[in-house]
Design a protein. Structure first.
Length: 216
């Protein structure tokens, strides 16, 4: 692609995954109009996305949920199995609660609709690259409604209590004798169920709901 750029190493590498060529080209034009970004690859299916992730090692994957053969949520799961630390931002037309919840539970760090203003898409890519979740207010409302009936498990409450004490995922894992990956998954589930964008917000929401009680 544009790998000949002298600033390639310093730029934020984005892989675009969408089954519509016009959408892929449009997103590439949008992102590369900002010198901060370079589109290091484009794919039209989950299979192509897996090949591109291996080839170009992107910083962020911007992907649709509508895919041929393998649908988007399964694609997220496959990509995360390939690269557990991969940062994925969903950009789709699907606004149903079940899609939002399933995508985030699968490992997506953000969820945008294709009607999202261009500046917000750019901002969301940057946020996800910084390892921060990006859930717009409109989507957050739908998400909170979808998970309102879901309670935190006892293990998730234990993990969140340790997070409230300032422990990292690795420290939580050591404390509870679980793997780093399991600890990370528990923290992610807490964020999704509480509709929080980061660990601090999750702890705050849990305290406000009476799920956590801070020691004096």
């Amino acid at each position: 692609m544009s790998s000949e750029s002298p600033n390639y190493v310093d730029q934020l590498r984005v892989l675009i995954v969408d089954d519509h060529p016009v959408v892929r080209v449009g997103l590439k034009t949008l992102l590369e109009s900002n010198r901060r970004f370079i589109v290091s690859g484009m794919a039209s299916s989950a299979e192509e996305a897996i090949e591109e992730v291996t080839r170009c090692v992107p910083d962020v994957v911007l992907m649709d949920l509508r895919m041929p053969q393998v649908e988007g949520v399964e694609a997220i799961l496959q990509l995360r199995r390939l690269q557990p630390s991969l940062r994925i931002l969903v950009l789709t037309n699907y606004e149903q609660d079940e899609y939002i919840l399933r995508a985030l539970q699968a490992g997506a760090m953000g969820y945008l609709l294709k009607s999202t203003p261009q500046e917000e898409i750019v901002h969301a890519v940057e946020m996800v690259h910084q390892n921060k979740r990006y859930i717009p207010p409109r989507i957050a409302v739908r998400l909170s409604e979808a998970v309102a009936h879901e309670e935190l498990t006892q293990r998730e409450l234990e993990v969140l209590a340790l997070v409230a004490e300032g422990l990292t995922n690795k420290q939580v894992a050591e404390k509870l004798y679980i793997s780093d990956k399991t600890a990370r998954n528990h923290v992610t589930n807490c964020l999704v169920k509480l509709g929080a964008n980061d660990r601090t917000e999750a702890v705050t929401r849990a305290i406000n709901r009476g799920l956590l009680r801070m020691s004096e």
